[in-house]
Design a protein around this ligand. Sequence first.
Ligand code: PMP
Length: 360
Amino acid sequence: MSRVYNFSAGPAVLPEEVLKEAAEEMLDYRGCGMSVMEMSHRSKMFSDILESAEADLRDLMGIPDNYKVLFLQGGGSLQFAMVPLNLMPHGAADYIVTGQWAKKAFKEAQKFGDVKAIASSEDKTFSYIPDCSDLPVRENADYVYICENNTIYGTKYKKLPNTKGKILVADQSSCFLSEPVDVEKYGMIWGGVQKNVGPAGLVVAIIREDLIPKEELPGVPTMLQYKTQADAGSLYNTPNCYGIYICGKVFQWLKKQGGLSAMKERNEKKAAVLYDYLDQSKLFKGTVVKEDRSLMNVPFVTGDKDLDAEFVKAAKEAGFENLKGHRTVGGMRASIYNAMPKEGIQALVEFMTDFEKKHL
Ligand code: PMP
C-alpha cells in the first residue's frame, strides 16, 4: 500500500486511523455480521451510530440545546436553495459575495425572493474579504449570508460581519471543525462534509430551533423543508448512513486530538509552514491578502501558466496529488485540511524549494 499526499479541495484527505478502522469494520460491524452499509437505518445499531455522531459533534462545537443538528443530503448546493426556502419568511435576504460558492448561493436565493448582494470582493478576483463592519443591511432582511471560508480563492473571515441584529447564516463547508466557533453568533451553520469530515453527499446543518418554520411550507417539497428532518431526527427517509458513520468516526478522532482549540493551533502551525515559504519565495507567490488567508486552502502562482502546469505535473510525479488550482482560476492550490499531516506540508515545501532552485 502506498498513500500519496493528497491536497485535494474536496473530496479530500481523511484521517488514516479512521479509514483503517472503517476497513476493519467493513464486513462485520462490531459483531453484528454486516457492514454499516447493509444495515437498516431504523436498527438499534444505526440509531446508536447516529446518536453518538450527533452527541460528539455537539460536544466538539459546544452546540447549545436550542439548536438542531440535521444530517442532510443533496450536497452543499442544495443548501443554496433550502436556506432561502426555509429561512426567509419575509421574502428578503442580504448576501456577501466573496467567491463562486457565495455567488452561486446568492443567485439561487434570487429565485425565491428579494435577495441583494450588500458587499462583494469580485473587483479583485475575490482575493480579500470586504470590510463588513458597517454594511447596508436592509431593515426587512431575514438573514445575512456568508461563505465563511472560500475554498477556491483561499480567503476566510477572521471577524464575522456586523449583521446589525439580523440572523447570520454561514456556509462553513471548507472550514468546518477546523477551529472553535461560537455557535450562538449564528442562526444557522451548514457544511458539506467532503472537505474536513467525511465522504461527499452529506451536509451537516446546525439551526437555531426557533428559525425552523413551525408549519409546513406550502408549495415546498417535503424533503426541502428543515421541519421535515428536524421532526424526524434526520430519519424522515433513508439518510446517508455510511457517510454519517464515517463523520462520527472523524468527530471521535477530533476529540482524541484534543478538540477544536487543539486543531486550530495545529492548523495555524501547519499553514504557517506553507505561507512562510511563499512569503520569501522568488518564484511562487500567494494570491490572497495576508490578513484574510485561509488556514485550509492555500492558492499560489508562479505568474507563468506554463510553469504552473509544469509544477503541477512534476509534483504529481513526486507524490503530491491534486495541486492544480480550481478550473476557473488556474494556478495552484494546496488544501490542507485537518487530516493533512504537517509532514505532508513540509515535504511539499521541500519539493517547491527544489523546484524553485531549478527554475529561477
Ligand atoms: N460551498 C463551499 C464553500 C464549497 O467549497 C462547495 C464545494 N466545493 C460547495 C459549497 C458545494 O458543495 P457540493 O459540491 O456538495 O454541492
